[in-house]
Design a protein around this ligand. Structure first.
Ligand code: EPS
Length: 338
């Protein structure tokens, strides 16, 4: 179970960054869901390396192959296996890392845990592991949109000290995809792109925040005690590589207000979640990412993102979709309808 996430809609990701292939097994997808490989590809293309001048230059096509669970364009209800081949792993870049632990990477902790590690590249700790999450997330998004009327939009809210002004209740995916920073505040996007280019030139890296909104969430998703909706969202978000912080609704900002300022006429702290259960309002989450660990100032080789934020957007959306799809199916299982 160590690589598995979810209950009814359950995913297991597999593969290493410099292994032969990488992907996901999805179990529990309802049968007769129309599914074409292009729908998965569209999301993988938003995540893939080499997509812009501010992303890693590793050249992977990341072409999705559906190996099971789909027949004549419809899901069978059986496990869906999706994989991509790794074709541009330049393992020579890692020769000098065979016996060296890179600071701020998982090299030491993996070695300490397993007594062995694939020192060619980041292995399971690499951002390439998120291919499986995004492929499964594409299916989860489709279930949510078709069967539950839920729409999920993520975007870059902050890079370094540059903060974007975005209205979560109206932002669209077209706004987000209109620039390579995936920041719908167009003026801020220009500044962010310049700042990331500068960091790359200096051999340095930057962190930031992805914000993600789910609109049209049905009432009643989430379990009252341990599987509270915000608890599962927190786990989903903090399990992403390089992610160091999670907020929901007013988040840490709410701590400086009084109760009378903070309580909304209907909902409160969770922004769409009360007692761990959705109340039908929009749910807004934020994921904080640290500056990329590999920086050229530390003589790191390999091809790296000077800032992971733009490529993290589809990953955060996918993690939110996995949690909501799982809970929607659980609610339907218990109540018969949602
Ligand atoms: C290739 C991807 O990102 C990679 C994530 C990554 C890491 O250590 O996390 C290291 C780099 O790979 P490599 O060491 O092979 O050059 C990045 O390019 C991807 O996300 O698909």
């Amino acid at each position: 179970m160590a690589n598995t996430f979810g209950h009814l809609f359950r995913i297991t990701t597999w593969g290493e960054s410099h292994g032969d292939a990488i992907g996901v097994a999805v179990d529990g997808c309802p049968p007769r869901l129309p599914l074409e490989v292009e729908e998965i590809q569209k999301e993988l293309d938003r995540r893939r390396p080499g997509q812009s001048e501010i992303s890693t230059q590793r050249r992977e096509g990341d072409r999705a192959e559906i190996l099971s669970g789909v027949f004549e364009g419809e899901t069978l209800g059986t496990p869906i296996l999706i994989g991509v081949w790794n074709s541009d792993a330049r393992s020579k870049d890692y020769d000098h890392m065979r016996r060296v632990y890179r600071p701020s990477h998982a090299d030491y902790s993996y070695d300490a845990k397993y007594g062995i590690r694939n020192w060619k590249g980041g292995g399971r700790a690499s951002a390439r592991e998120t291919i499986g999450r995004v492929a499964a997330g594409a299916i989860a998004k489709k279930i949510l949109a078709r069967e539950f009327g839920v729409e999920i939009v993520g975007y870059v809210k902050q890079v370094w000290k540059l903060h974007a002004d975005v209205d979560p209740s109206t932002v669209t995916q077209e706004d987000v995809e209109s620039n390579i920073a995936r920041c719908p505040d167009q003026d801020m996007a220009v500044q962010i792109i310049e700042r990331i280019k500068e960091a790359r030139k200096d051999g340095d890296s930057l962190g930031g925040v992805v914000e993600c909104v789910a609109r049209g969430v049905p009432v009643g998703l989430g379990e009252p005690v341990f599987d509270k909706l915000e608890a599962d969202l927190a786990k989903a978000v903090l399990s992403m590589p390089a992610c160091k912080g999670f907020e929901v609704g007013s988040g840490f900002g709410g701590t400086t207000q009084t109760g009378s300022q903070h309580n909304d006429p209907f909902y409160s702290e969770g922004g769409g979640i009360q007692g761990g259960i959705s109340n039908g309002e929009d749910i807004i989450i934020r994921a904080a990412f640290k500056p990329t660990a590999t920086i050229m100032q530390l003589r790191g080789r390999g091809r790296h993102d000077p800032c992971v934020l733009p490529r993290a957007v589809p990953i955060v959306e996918s993690m939110m979709a996995l949690v909501l799809a799982d809970h929607a199916l659980r609610q339907r299982g218990q109540r018969g309808s949602v």
